[in-house]
Design a protein around this ligand. Structure first.
Ligand code: MN3
Length: 250
């Protein structure tokens, strides 16, 4: 999806579920000054990245993930990464024309890229995270993803155990991923907001098709220190249709 189409969709959704955070963001005096300064640029493909709308209501994933966690996680954390990403790209106009996937593949471990790495990673990772969950999710997958999981891990149960173990093993803040690699799937973890697209930074690169945020902000209100219970709850809301769609595009 082109960024402009995406902006239009986002503004439609903004009238509903995310009205409050969007309004707060739009009233930011710095953002307004930037818009006036470059009226032509704002109207082109190099428009700022915008917070993707949640595809469901804040309380839709309850009781597995609570409404307040979703509201803060999306409206504050993801909004913060979105703002940070735009700030990191402010004086790098050539990069603003690229997709978030291209930016992630090209980001380097250099200090000069740290803003792009952390905020672009946060932007990409959370955008994926909302999409691969659904109130109608959970259960076991079918279709191509089910075959790929069986082929790579032996069975769905074996995959679930290995993925849960990986997510539980992340020290501090980070993510666990299921990725499409060359001819098979693999599980990996990344610290902070790194992700498997970052070829210059992570050891195991591939296309993420499923990911779980194990930062404490993702679960602490509802699960406190019980990360394992949160991981179990995550499996109850995985949108396997969305994971299948990602696998097909990988
Ligand atoms: Mn998060």
């Amino acid at each position: 999806m082109k960024k402009r189409q995406f902006l239009k969709l986002t503004s439609v959704f903004a009238a509903g579920t995310v009205a409050a955070p969007m309004l707060t963001f739009c009233s930011d005096p710095n953002a307004a000054a930037g818009d006036n300064e470059n009226q032509n640029e704002t109207d082109s493909e190099s428009a700022d990245f915008t917070l993707p709308a949640l595809p469901y209501a804040f309380d839709a994933l309850e009781p597995h993930i609570d409404a307040l966690t979703m509201e803060i996680h999306h409206g504050k954390h993801h909004q913060g990464y979105t703002d940070g990403l735009n700030k990191a790209l402010k004086d790098r106009s050539a990069l603003k024309e690229k997709s978030i996937e291209s930016l992630m593949k090209a980001v380097t471990a250099a200090n000069s890229d740290i803003g792009l790495r952390n905020n672009g990673g946060g932007y990409y990772n959370h955008s994926l995270f909302w999409e691969i969950m659904s109130p109608a999710g959970g259960g076991t997958p079918d279709g191509a993803i089910a075959e790929a999981i069986d082929g790579s891990f032996g069975s769905f149960e074996a995959f679930k155990e290995k993925f849960s173990e990986a997510a539980g093993s992340v020290f501090g803040s980070g993510w666990a991923w299921l990725c499409a690699g060359e001819g098979s799937l693999f599980i990996s973890t990344t610290p902070n907001q790194d992700n498997p697209l970052m070829t210059d930074i992570v050891e195991n690169t591939g296309t993420p098709i499923l990911g779980i945020d194990v930062w404490e902000h993702a679960y602490y209100l509802n699960h406190q220190n019980e990360r394992g219970a949160y991981i179990d709850d995550f499996f109850e809301v995985i949108n396997w249709d969305a994971v299948n769609a990602r696998l097909k595009k990988a």
